[in-house]
Design a protein around this ligand. Structure first.
Ligand SMILES: [Cu+2]
Length: 125
């Protein structure tokens, strides 16, 4: 049946383009990985944080804040974007982190114009 075959092709074309569109629409900058990693137990003290996102980010509208267990901000330099890898943010800390629980709060503007934010925790033992 020719008609059925055509409509099947049309349906699969629609399904494919819908999928492609939804993948494009959800291409915001999500956190892909970090150092220290989320939930990591770091044994030696950390002097900097690195966050890598799924998309390139705009340095001027992106930032990372580190707070300790009492929600007190940890002193750090201004968040910088990696000069070569534009999907990567680096935060240099004023001094190595003492043992404790830390939370990292990040917000980014991806190059596609979408804002995303999130947080994760790690421990220094
Ligand atoms: Cu987006």
């Amino acid at each position: 049946m020719q008609k059925t075959r055509v409509s099947r092709v049309v349906i699969s074309l629609i399904a494919t383009s819908a999928l492609a569109f939804s993948q494009f629409a959800s291409a915001h900058a999500h956190l892909q990985s970090s150092v220290p990693a989320a939930k990591a137990d770091v044994t030696h003290s950390t002097k900097s944080l690195t966050l890598t996102f799924t998309e390139d980010v705009e340095a001027a509208f992106s930032g990372v804040e580190i707070v300790d267990a009492q929600q007190k901000p940890v002193a750090s330099e201004k968040t910088k974007r990696d000069a070569k890898q534009h999907d990567r943010l680096v935060v240099e800390l004023a001094q190595p982190l003492p043992a404790g629980h830390y939370q990292v709060n990040w917000h980014v503007l991806s190059v596609d114009g979408h804002k995303t934010k999130g947080s994760y925790r790690f421990n220094v033992n």
